[in-house]
Design a protein around this ligand. Sequence first.
Ligand code: BES
Ligand code: MN
Ligand code: MN
Length: 463
Amino acid sequence: MQNTQTYIQANKEKFLNELFHLLRIPSISADPAYASDVQKAAQEISAQMKNIGMQKVAVYPTAGHPIVYGEKIINSSLPTVLVYGHYDVQPADPLELWTSPPFEPVVVKTEIHPEGAIFGRGTCDDKGQMFMHLKAVEAMIASEELACNVKIMIEGEEEVGSANLGLFINEHKDLLKADIILVSDTGMLANDTPSITTGLRGLSYVEVEVTGPNRDLHSGIYGGCVANPINALCEMIASLHDENMHITIPGFYDKVQELSQNERDEMAKAPFSHEDYCKALDIKDVSGERGYSTPERGSIRPTLDVNGIWGGYTGEGAKTVIASKAFAKISMRLVPDQMPEEITELFQKHFESIAPAGITVKVHPHHGGEPVVTPIDSIAYQAASNAYEKTFGKKPIPVRSGGSIPIIALFEQVLGLKTIMMGFGLNSDAIHSPNEHYGLFNFYKGIETIPYFYQEYAKLSKG
Ligand code: BES
Ligand code: MN
Ligand code: MN
């Protein structure tokens, strides 16, 4: 491992320059206007894979954006690690809130990242994190210290639901044969408090359309006489939580696994400062389900949030009008054993049933994903834990996260593989927000830690 680590130290500058190259490509998967940039990013990654000496490198076209694959098989008797990541990014808007252009990466020092952080869309989610794997593999190949076979699969549709990756893994089960999946697309507690992500929430996402009269109406002539769709939508949404911030949809909690007191006590040992949390967000207090702590509310409990709401007149000045329609986008984060299809159905039934007189409701389901929890008593977890201990000098804490990566549940169902989530981002890195960034400390620490996982996993697999 010494040669690998020496190689990494000697090539830090080069790694960063190469990452910058990738960050300059605006590979926004949601917006068709950027389709050719998404292609460019895929080509760039395949060129990278070839450069570092991977085999069978190919860009697989899909009905949407391409999947890049490459492998390095050194010995069929060694275990195989399958790395997953995504090269697509979220849209960068609102652009005016960025302190530097989103696709012109720069390194800036911050309070949390005194050694500097790379600012730009995708720096943390997930180009910067997925790139750590390419560089770690490069270092291991160059030093002839690769201890496992490695397969790398990087997709371009994670931020839009991974629909085509689901099909791809079904059609390429042999190609993707492996022993463990390794992903860096989550976070850790703090730079001096390493953690391994052991769970993700699922997702059910719906769009609702509420209709009242057949046309927009004069709010003086008709106001007070017909149901106003925007008023109705607000009341309906407000009724989805009770005074304890419980979700009121009948059956919503039926399949929720409650944690034992013991498990909750374990969770509470992870450091958390209410004060720092509020300060970072400029809020006076937190809000959430009664009876649960903030870390619990954000990981082991399901939620319902409006992500967008619109309708009626929103232009300059005042227009007196009762809109014909109102809309909202609503996400529900799910925990084991809530199933997205079931929850979407429960939502739909309930939301339709609470429509007041004179209002009709349509619910349009979007993509979803199942929650996952990964074991901490496996060889792979032990290998990851040992790897962090080597580079951070501390045992990492297992932490369940609130975000979602829907494909991870499918990896287990389709490929029969468990996933280790070695995320190196911080909550303060502003993923999906303006001024997304990723610490240089985190980028390099990730590259240094990953090779130890291979070494430890090969060692522990031998038994
Ligand atoms: N990398 C994130 C998920 C994530 C972030 C998990 C931080 C844990 C901690 C991923 O790219 C993402 O944004 N997922 C979406 C879901 C997807 C279907 C659009 C999410 O969680 O909203
Ligand atoms: Mn991501
Ligand atoms: Mn994301």
